[in-house]
Write a protein that binds this ligand. Structure first.
Ligand code: C2E
Ligand code: MG
Ligand code: MG
Length: 708
C-alpha cells in the first residue's frame, strides 16, 4: 500500500473554492428570484455553471492535495468529461429547485437526485482519470458513506438556495453561513470518497507513465479554473450591480411618475384626491397668510346618494358621481381646485375670493346639481349640501377650517338638505349637540368601549404567523362593533385621537406582555399611529414608557405610519424614527402607494417594513400595470433592505402572485380577519389542525359572524 500524505494548504484552498462556489450559487439563486425573465435565465445558467465548476475544481484541488511518492497523471478526456457532468448536474438542479415560488418535496427530491448523482459521478469519473486504475482498492463502506453525504449535502444546499433566495434582511450573512455549511458538506463528500480509495504500488507506477496530464499540468489547470471561478463571480456581481443600479434608477423614475399620478388623482372622476387637495390647501394657506387675501373651503356632500346606490347599484352610482363632478367642474374657474374625498364627498378650494363671490358660486353649485341626471336610462334626482368656511374669518389653520366647513355642511343636512351655508359659531354647538354620535364617541374611552382586535401577519413562504396588527374597534352600546372608517376621521378631527392613541399604545404593550407570558415571545405587534399622534412631542417617551411598564422588549413592537404622515415634517420624522429604530422598534410605512409615494424620500427614513396598500392587491390579477408597479416596489424595497408586507390578500391567486413577486409577508382576509385576543387560540388550533389557509378564513368568518 502507498503512503499518502496531505498538503494542508491545498486542502484549505479546496475548501475555500467549495465555499466560494456555494456562495455564488446561493447569490445567483437570489438574483433569479429578483430578476426579470431574461436576466433570470442568465443567473440560472451562470449560477449553476459556477457551482458545477466549483465542485469540480474543489475535487481536483483536493486530489492535488494528496501527495503520493510518485508522479500522477490524469486522462484529459475523462477529466473534461467529469467537469461537464458537474456543470450539467448543478445547472439542472439549481433550475429545478430555485426557479419556482413554492418548492415541493417532489421537486426538491428530483433536484437533489440530479445534483448528488452528478457529484458522485463527477467524483468517481475524476478518480478514474487518475491513470492508476488497478492500483486502487475500494472500501465500499466509505464509498456508500460518500454517496450518502453527497445526497444530504445536495438536498440541504438546494433547500438553502431556495429558502435564502429572497433578499430579506440579513440575507447576505445567512448566505455566507449557508455557503460555509455547503462548502464543508462538499469537502466532506470529497475527502470521504478519497479515503475510500486505497492506493497500491505494483511497481509500474514509479516508472515513467506516458500520456495524460501530469500533476504539474493539473495544478496549472486547476489554478486557472479556480481563478476563472473567482473571475466569473466578480464579473457576475459587478455586472449585476451595474444592471441593478441602472434598472432601479430607471424603475424608480417610472414608478414615481406612476405613483404620483395615482397618488394625486381620484381614479373614478379624475379629480384631485385627498392628498393632492391637502397639498394645495397648504400652499394656498401660506400664500394667503403672506398676502392677507381670504380664501374659501367648501365641503359638499350629495343628499341621498346612498339611495341611488342601493336602488340602481354601484355601477349607476359611479356614473352619477362622474356626472356630478362634471357639473360642479363646469361652474368653476381654473384657479379653483375640486377634489373628491371618497364616496359622495367633495371639497372645493376657492383661492383669493370674497364672501359675495362664494355665495354666488355656492348658489350655482346647488342649482346645477338639483337638475335631474339621466344615467343608464334612469332619471335620477339628487341634491347637494354645502358648508363653507372662510380664511381668516372662520379659522387660521386648515384643521379648523375643515372642521368648520364640515360643521356648516352638517348643519345644512340637519336643516333639510339641498342648500349651502357659511360657518357660524352657533353651529358648532348646535350641530354636534344633536349628533349623539359625537357625544357617544367623546365618552367611549372612559366607558371602556374601545377594543383592540388583532389581525395576523404571515410569512409568505411558510404561511406561519409571525405577528399581528392591532386594529381599533368601538363596541357601540346600540350599534355594535364599529370599524375605524366610521369614527377615526372624527377622532382625528376633534383631537380625541390623542388620548385614544395613548390607550392603544398601552393596550398593545399589555397584550404583548400577555402573549410573552403565554409563551409567544416571538410574536410582534404593529400599532397604527395617526399624524396627530406622531406629531405629539412626547410620542417617543410615551411608547418607551408603555414598553417598560409592561416589560416588553422594543423589538416586539412595530409602529405603522403612512408615508404622508412621515413626510409631513421630514427632518423631525427622520430624527424620531431613528430613535425608534435605535432601540429596536420596527418602523413600518403603511398603505404604501396611496400617499405621496416618493421612494427616493423614503430612502432617508429608517423604515424596515413597507406595507403595500390593499388597493394595489385588489385588482392585481386583471391589471398588469399593477403587477409591474408592485414588482418594482418590492424590488426597490428589498434593495433598501426593507421587508415587504402585502395587505388585503383575499384570494389564493393574490397570495400566489404576491409570493412569486418576492413579497415576504402577507396579511388579509384569506388568512384571517382581525380577532379579539381571546379568539386567537382558536385560530391557532385551526391552523394546527389544517395547514390550509382557506380553512382559517372560514373559521374566522364564522367567528366574525358569531360576534355580529
Ligand atoms: P390599515 O392600518 O391599513 O389596516 C388594515 C385595514 O385593512 C384594516 O381595516 C383591516 O381590517 C383591513 N383589511 C385587512 N385585510 C383585508 C382584506 O383582505 N381585505 C380588505 N378589504 N380589508 C382588509 P380597519 O380595521 O377597518 O382599519 C382601517 C384603518 O384604520 C387602518 O388601516 C388604520 O389606518 C386605521 N386604524 C386602525 N386602528 C387604528 C389605531 O389604533 N390607531 C390609529 N391611529 N389608526 C388605526
Ligand atoms: Mg396599518
Ligand atoms: Mg394599511
Amino acid at each position: 500500500m502507498l503512503y499518502v500524505s496531505w498538503d494542508p494548504v491545498l486542502v484549505g484552498i479546496s475548501f475555500l473554492v467549495a465555499f466560494i462556489a456555494s456562495f455564488v450559487a446561493l447569490d445567483s439563486a437570489a438574483k433569479i428570484a429578483a430578476s426579470n425573465k431574461s436576466a433570470a435565465l442568465f443567473w440560472r445558467i451562470a449560477g449553476g455553471a459556477t457551482l458545477g465548476i466549483g465542485i469540480w475544481s474543489m475535487h481536483f484541488i483536493g486530489m492535488l492535495a494528496m501527495k503520493m511518492p510518485m508522479m500522477m497523471h490524469y486522462d484529459l478526456a475523462i477529466t473534461v468529461f467529469s467537469l461537464l457532468v458537474a456543470i450539467v448536474a448543478a445547472t439542472l438542479s439549481i433550475n429545478i429547485a430555485v426557479n419556482v415560488s413554492v418548492l415541493s418535496v417532489k421537486r426538491l427530491c428530483l433536484a437533489t437526485g440530479i445534483l448528488s448523482s452528478g457529484v458522485v459521478v463527477m467524483h468517481y469519473v475524476g478518480m478514474a482519470a487518475l491513470m492508476m486504475d488497478d492500483a486502487i482498492d475500494w472500501n465500499y463502506g466509505l464509498v456508500a458513506l460518500s454517496v450518502i453525504i453527497a445526497i444530504v449535502a445536495s438536498g440541504v444546499g438546494l433547500w438553502l438556495a431556495f429558502s435564502l433566495r429572497l433578499n430579506s434582511k440579513g440575507a447576505l450573512i445567512n448566505r455566507m453561513v449557508a455557503a460555509v455549511v455547503m462548502g464543508i458538506a462538499i469537502a466532506a463528500m470529497h475527502y470521504t470518497g478519497m479515503s475510500a480509495a486505497e492506493f497500491h504500488d505494483h511497481g509500474q507506477y514509479m516508472s515513467d507513465m506516458s500520456g495524460g496530464v501530469s500533476e504539474l499540468g493539473l495544478s496549472i489547470w486547476v489554478s486557472a479554473v479556480t481563478l476563472a471561478i473567482l473571475g466569473i463571480m466578480l464579473i457576475i456581481s459587478m455586472i449585476d450591480s451595474q444592471l441593478r443600479t441602472n434598472r432601479l434608477t430607471e424603475n424608480l423614475q417610472q414608478l414615481n411618475q406612476q405613483l404620483e399620478q395615482q397618488a394625486r388623482f381620484d381614479g373614478l372622476t379624475g379629480l384631485a384626491n385627498r392628498s393632492q387637495i391637502d397639498l394645495r390647501l397648504e400652499s394656498c394657506l401660506q400664500q394667503s397668510q403672506l398676502t392677507r387675501t381670504p380664501f374659501a373651503l367648501i365641503f359638499m356632500d350629495l343628499d341621498r346618494f346612498k339611495l341611488v346606490n342601493d336602488a340602481w347599484g354601484h355601477h349607476v352610482g359611479d356614473h352619477l358621481l362622474v356626472s356630478v363632478a362634471n357639473r360642479i367642474s363646469a361652474c368653476l374657474s381654473p384657479k379653483m381646485t375640486l377634489a373628491r374625498l371618497g364616496g359622495d364627498e367633495f371639497i372645493l378650494l376657492v383661492p383669493e375670493t370674497t364672501q359675495g363671490d362664494v355665495e354666488d358660486l355656492a348658489t350655482r353649485l346647488v342649482e346645477s346639481i338639483r337638475r335631474p341626471f339621466y344615467e343608464a336610462g334612469q332619471i335620477l334626482q339628487v341634491s347637494l349640501s354645502a358648508g363653507i368656511s372662510l380664511f381668516p374669518d372662520h379659522g387660521k389653520t386648515l384643521q379648523e377650517l375643515k372642521l368648520r366647513a364640515d360643521t356648516a355642511m352638517y348643519n345644512i343636512k340637519q336643516q333639510g338638505r339641498n342648500g349651502w351655508a357659511f360657518y357660524h359659531a352657533d353651529m358648532m354647538q348646535k350641530t354636534w349637540e344633536g349628533a349623539e354620535f359625537l357625544q357617544d364617541l367623546t365618552q367611549a374611552l372612559e366607558r371602556e368601549q374601545f377594543e383592540l382586535w388583532y389581525q395576523p401577519k404571515y410569512h409568505a413562504s411558510s404561511k406561519t404567523i409571525y405577528g399581528f396588527e392591532a386594529l381599533l374597534r368601538w363596541r357601540h352600546p346600540s350599534k355594535g362593533i364599529l370599524l375605524p372608517d366610521v369614527f377615526l376621521a372624527t377622532l382625528e378631527n376633534t383631537g380625541l385621537i390623542i388620548p385614544v392613541g395613548y390607550w392603544v399604545i398601552d393596550q398593545a404593550c399589555l397584550q404583548l406582555r400577555h402573549w410573552a407570558d403565554q409563551g409567544h415571545q416571538d410574536w410582534s405587534l404593529s400599532i397604527n399611529l395617526s399624524a396627530a399622534q406622531f406629531e405629539q412631542f412626547d410620542i417617543y417617551d410615551t411608547i418607551c414608557g408603555a414598553l417598560s411598564r409592561h416589560a416588553v422588549p422594543p423589538s416586539r413592537l412595530t409602529i405603522e405610519l403612512t408615508e404622508s404622515t412621515a413626510l409631513r415634517n421630514l427632518e423631525r420624522s427622520i430624527e424620531i424614527l431613528n430613535d425608534f429604530n435605535r432601540i429596536g422598534i420596527t418602523v413600518s410605512i403603511d398603505d404604501f402607494g396611496t400617499g405621496y409615494s416618493n421612494m427616493l424620500t423614503l430612502k432617508n427614513l429608517p423604515a424596515r417594513e413597507l406595507k403595500i396598500d390593499k388597493s394595489f392587491v385588489k385588482d392585481i390579477r386583471d391589471n398588469s400595470k399593477n403587477v409591474k408597479i408592485v414588482a418594482t416596489i418590492i424590488d426597490i424595497a428589498h434593495s433598501m433592505n426593507m421587508n415587504v408586507v402585502a395587505e388585503g390578500i383575499e384570494t389564493q391567486d393574490q397570495q400566489q402572485l404576491l409570493t412569486s413577486l418576492g413579497c415576504g409577508y402577507l396579511q388579509g382576509f384569506l388568512f384571517a380577519k382581525a380577532l379579539p385576543a381571546k379568539e386567537i387560540p382558536q385560530l391557532l388550533a385551526q391552523l394546527e389542525s389544517n395547514k390550509n389557509p382557506a380553512v382559517s378564513t372560514r373559521t374566522s368568518a364564522v367567528i366574525q359572524k358569531k360576534q355580529a
